[in-house]
Design a protein around this ligand. Structure first.
Ligand SMILES: [Zn+2]
Length: 147
């Protein structure tokens, strides 16, 4: 029994540990359009965040709903076969994700997770990204010192 259609399978397999995935490119393109400047895949930061705003001390992870277990999302299915394997795998993924966000927080970085399914509605995504990034625009002592 095959739990995935050919389409689903290629969508999922193409995403394993993938950088420059389509949802990620969509986020980057949108950030450009909104006028933000950023770096990508900074290997010196925990988890190699997909998008980094060094001046704002902010990072964005673009996560696939299946692998990173977007809670309540219809894409976060669990394959019917080898359930133990998948559940272990998913647990280790989400644990690692949480650890990275914690490590980044200790380094003074704010993190935003953008889920793959959230990159479908660009208008809403733009609002979300802007809200996240604007929080740092409020001038406070720390912000000024960093610039
Ligand atoms: Zn989702």
């Amino acid at each position: 029994m095959d739990v995935f259609s050919a389409d689903e399978r290629s969508r999922i397999m193409g995403r394993i540990g993938g950088k420059n995935t389509r949802p990620e490119l969509r986020v980057r393109k949108l950030l450009h359009a909104l006028g933000y400047r950023f770096r990508i895949h900074r290997k010196d930061l925990p988890g190699t965040p997909d998008v980094v705003f060094p001046g704002r001390r902010a990072v964005i992870f673009v996560h696939g709903c299946f692998w990173h277990r977007h809670e309540g999302c219809p894409r976060a299915t669990t394959p019917a076969t080898n359930r133990d394997f998948w559940e272990r795998k998913f647990r280790s993924n989400t644990k690692r994700d949480a650890e990275r966000i914690e490590q980044l927080g200790r380094l003074g970085y704010r993190c935003l997770v953008v889920w793959e399914c959230e990159t479908k509605n660009l208008e809403r995504l733009a609002e979300r990204l802007t809200a996240f990034l604007r929080r740092e625009d409020v001038p406070d002592g720390q912000t000024l010192r960093r610039r």
